[in-house]
Design a protein around this ligand. Structure first.
Ligand code: SF4
Length: 276
């Protein structure tokens, strides 16, 4: 898919994260080429990249310059890279903002938690190894089947993501898998979860699971593009969590829900301690 790229300058690099698991969020891009149907990030993005989600991406070309002066005066903590975009979407191969930010943040004493669907993160294994315990990488894998094309039409295939996490784990990078969102009728079967749990076992990755949370745009796109109207009830979620927990236990995989993760990190005085 062709993409319109616009370069912009920003005054701030890090923002306070709205997610309890992070202290800061770093989003080098506004908009995301991956254009997932269920994406919540577009609801937290303003202007053209939100309206033309998946078609327009703004690049914060002065990000590293701003970040390097910003970090000098900030309390150390955990940075989510990224929270409303994929930091390793294809244009990162040209701009290398995520790579440079990762290196700068680790060198400055910040822990960086990367989340992506892209194999491009492998390019930065050298930086991740230098970061050591100050970095972790999560790959989002919602399914290992071809049904991913319905909900994540412009992303790398799940087999590529699996290869990515294997390479990272082999290099000694701390890895995790985000199995979410789990959407009723799309990826909520044992057939769907089991290969992902096996991958988590193989790569010694924690598995974080999360349910689909209906938001207006995502629901509308599912209705118009997929002709479905998923309703994630509490009973449905209890059934899914029960099945997943049982499977994770049988494989010996550390498996938690997104809510568990928030609670667990809140209980700890230091998020950095939790990540160790
Ligand atoms: S990769 Fe993430 S940020 Fe990008 S469209 Fe998909 S869900 Fe949204």
């Amino acid at each position: 898919m062709s993409i319109i790229v616009k370069e912009i300058k920003v005054k701030k690099a890090l923002s306070k994260s709205g997610l309890p698991e992070y202290d800061y969020a770093l989003n080098p891009y506004l908009g995301c080429q991956h254009g997932c149907i269920y994406c919540y990030a577009r609801d937290f993005t303003k202007g053209e990249p939100a309206i033309k989600w998946g078609e327009v991406v703004y690049v914060k070309v002065n990000l590293i310059e701003v970040l390097s002066s910003e970090v000098k005066g900030l309390r150390r903590g955990v940075v989510g890279l990224s929270t409303i975009t994929d930091p390793y979407q294809p244009i990162e191969s040209k701009y290398r903002l995520s790579r440079r930010a990762l290196s700068l943040l680790c060198d400055s004493g910040f822990h960086v938690s990367v989340q992506t669907k892209s194999a491009l993160v492998i390019r930065d294994i050298d930086v991740l190894k230098q970061c050591g315990e100050m970095a972790d990488v999560g790959l989002t894998i919602t399914t290992m089947s071809d049904s991913y094309k319905l909900i994540e039409p412009n992303t790398p295939p799940p087999l590529v993501r699996a290869m990515t996490i294997r390479k990272l784990a082999k290099a000694g990078v701390k890895t995790w898998i985000f199995l979410g969102p789990i959407i009723p009728g799309i990826n909520d079967s044992r057939l769907n979860y089991e290969p992902i749990i096996r991958l988590a076992k193989e790569t010694n990755s924690q598995l974080i699971i999360d349910r689909f949370r209906p938001r207006e745009t995502a629901v509308r796109l599912m209705r118009t593009k997929l002709n479905i109207n998923p309703v994630p009830t509490n009973n449905w979620w209890r059934r899914v969590v029960g099945e997943l927990t049982q499977l994770c236990d049988s494989y010996g995989v550390n498996c938690i829900t997104e809510e568990d993760e928030w609670r667990s990190r809140r209980r700890n005085n230091s998020i950095l301690d939790y990540l160790k």
